[in-house]
Write a protein that binds this ligand. Structure first.
Ligand code: PGA
Length: 259
């Protein structure tokens, strides 16, 4: 059985360390010691240390929003896997669409970052997803295949089992448009099927595949109840502790029903 992972991607928010600490503390207090659903928070790099201090004693994981593939050297502005581990990170988001499309990040670069994350013993959350034009042109599977093959190249089945995937249709991110549970499940089944063919059924059965794109407390239960959706990568709704806790609660209810 796969345990759901609900991760909050704070993106370029909030503005101050104080606000970051408050938000993290709200989630910490609301979750308590519950571990029936895995939870992680991804603040901006500069707040990682602060949020790590706030989360002490809590089961909540700490995620970075990106990393670089080299460990050290002349790479201005970059942050490496060992540095993230040093400030308390357990997870790292890689290849978010805002980096693939906003910063021109390629699947080859995502692959290099993924290998660096695994070498640093961070749990990678690798994002994939099609744009609206690609979906309208019925190219969703073609695009996802390119991203899966390129981003996950060279991994052993054992390594793959420790990678989290996040399917985030770009047209649903921050737009209020959510893929319907059926639309999302269909893509998740496609991803699971590809994992089975590529890494074998045992590995495919272990890989956590999150859904992301306008997940909110009121649509989370239906999405998380789908057989191949194993959690959520949450943007906007992760910026209010109450909303994020509502999504976690939906996940806890789904797990309690014996997903
Ligand atoms: P959203 O963002 O929940 O605001 O749509 C999701 C994401 O980008 O991870």
């Amino acid at each position: 059985m796969r345990t759901l992972l609900i991760a909050g991607n704070w993106k370029l928010n909030p503005t101050t360390a104080e606000a970051a600490a408050l938000l993290a503390d709200g989630v910490k207090q609301g979750l308590g010691s519950a571990t029936d659903v895995h939870v992680a928070l991804a603040p901006p790099f500069v707040f990682l240390t602060k949020v790590d201090q706030v989360l002490e004693g809590s089961p909540i994981g700490l995620a970075a929003q990106d990393l670089y593939w080299e460990n050290n050297g002349a790479f201005t502005g970059e942050v490496s896997g060992p540095m993230l581990v040093d400030v308390g990170c357990t997870h790292v988001i890689i290849g978010h669409s805002e980096r693939r499309h906003g910063q021109g990040e390629t699947s080859g670069q995502v692959n290099a970052k993924l290998k660096a994350a695994l070498a640093a013993k961070l749990i990678p959350i690798v994002c994939i997803g099609e744009t609206k034009d690609e979906r309208l042109a019925e190219k969703t599977e073609e695009v996802l295949l390119e991203q899966l093959v390129g981003s996950l190249a060279g991994l052993s089945p054992e390594e793959m089992a420790g990678v989290v995937l996040a399917y985030e249709p770009v047209w649903a991110i921050g737009t209020g448009l959510t893929a319907s549970p059926e639309q999302a499940q269909a893509v998740h089944a496609f991803i699971r099927n590809w994992l089975t063919q590529t890494f074998g059924a045992a590995t495919a059965g272990r890989v956590v595949v999150q859904y992301g794109g306008s997940v909110k407390p009121d649509n989370a239960a239906e999405l998380l109840g789908q057989p191949d959706i194993d959690g959520a990568l949450v943007g906007g709704a992760a910026l209010k502790a109450g909303d994020f806790l509502g999504i976690i609660k939906a996940g806890q209810d789904v797990m309690a029903r014996g997903k």
